[in-house]
Design a binder for this molecule. Sequence first.
Ligand code: 6R9
Length: 614
Amino acid sequence: MPLDAVRVGRGKVAPPGAARVQPNLGEYERVRRDFTWDSARGWLAGLPDERGLNIAHEAVDRHAEGPRAGKVAVVCRDRQGRISELTYGQLRSSTSRFANLLRDLGLAPGESVFSLLGRVPELYVTALGTLKHTSVFAPLFPGLGPEPIRQRLLLGDARVLVTTPELYKREVAPIRDRVPGLAHVLLVGNRTAAGDTIDLHAALARADETFEIPPTDPRTPALLHFTSGATGRPKGALHVHEAVVAHHATAAYALDLHESDVFWCTADPGWVTGTSYGIIAPLTHGATLVVDAADFDVHGWYELLQEQRVNVFYTTPTALRMLMRYGVDRARAYDLSALRFIASVGEPLNAEVVLWGQEAFGRPVHDTWWQTETGAIMISNFASMDVRPGSMGRPVPGVKVALLERGEDGRALVIDGEVHEIRSPEAVGEIALRQGWPSMFRSYVGDAEVGVGPAGRSPGGAGTTQRYDACFADGWYLTGDVARRDNDGYYWFLGRTDDVIKSAGQLIGPFEVESVLMSHPAVAEACVIGKPDRVAGEIVKAFVTLRPGCEPSDDLRLDILAFGRRALGALAPKEMAFEAQLPRTRSGKVLRRLLKARELGQPDGDLFIPQPRG
Ligand code: 6R9
């Protein structure tokens, strides 16, 4: 049976014990027709006296001022398994203290505050306190090595960094003198290890616990997320406070989140999912957010779902495939009766996983599709619709999706400045999104100086330039993903138009990895590809050529891999092979696609070499 024809029930029959909850999005066609972003803006409170729209007010203060002051906002399980809770009222005062601390440090609105933290309560306080102060919050994944950290601190013009003594010592201290703009480092925990830093807890205790959020124009920069392109340095995608309209609305529609829900998003806030849905969206709904500081552990995860009675679970295909390895019986050994809605993002969700979810949890897994640049879910399988296993679903209300034809040069076809959309119901093309949804990124910071050293300006002041402009044509944002649309308007992911790697849901730019490998003394050239992997989707594999006088050996291979791990952390290659030379185009560009085709055992001749979008 073709997969298009497989339907997984919309869960009209609730598993035993699960509360029956009316989906937020009932009739898809009707909601999609009537929906406007203005109406969704009306679901939020806005700052008192028409003083604008601030994410932290929507996520924290408005609840803390009302009957939800005593409600648990965040439940954190630390690495030792201990549970701590923060109510909306407590979150309000701790984030106000943080905002006052930034003010006391002399930070100006629009300057950036970085975090390099595990999923500890202080991370959530930093994020929301920074937004209160109208500074820009830039979270870094704590698995990054010193080199990617340095790149991102420079690119985002970091003024403040919040981290732990351990991470500071290992990852930041070695590079701090090469990040001259970084004025203050705040440490969570015992800071005997580090000089020239501030003890966060002591400073918070001294700060005032009330803070009035300044007037916030909805277009004020708020969040800076780093992502990767196929070429050049990482890109810092800047989002504004108005993005919260999309975070809130998409959590309601695509994740079916209700105020009474306990919600767990397993993504780290160092990636966009972990901030949009792992911090902001659930709090704007006044729901309870579950946070797990530990990494994946099958018992730990099922136990957390069971003990916290999680209703809505948002995770990745890789994580689900890891759970799947332990079998259906393992899942059924826990009381997961509270679980009402399961969703996934970040990489292709294969149909087997959807069907397995149905068997193991009595619920299908709902795929959602979006990007760092889109800031929120754009395509999704909704609670009130049949899930088509293997499909990403249909556009979120308010989001207009088009498939674009490609020209001979591989770029989306633009004729006389007009984008060529394929209008037949069934089509294959590059996904494009009509500009105008609130969480659309507003710039790539430091964009003008692509490839020529640090960005010398604050993210708040960044205009739109080359790399940003290259993503748009004729009022459409070109996503770089190719999909098929079926007759009923469901979208099916086919692939990317560039060489970016998705490993365990994390986007990895080959250029960033190659640059580090090439700084190893024995390496002449390096090229990395995503090698298919049953669990992680892809893993990073490197091909290197050696400098004259260096001979390939197992020891050298291990040495280069270890070198990569030290510098890059989670972005490092897991596998490596020596090559006598790397295949190149006539103009000298390394042909990653050719190495990939060879790795997959495909004939070189079949190669389709699309151009990256910029
Ligand atoms: C949120 C996030 C974006 C890229 C995107 C696409 C891939 C995301 C997907 C998916 C297949 C899905 N991607 N969701 N591919 N099916 N449901 O992941 O952002 O890290 O920027 O990655 O991830 O290739 O373009 P980001």
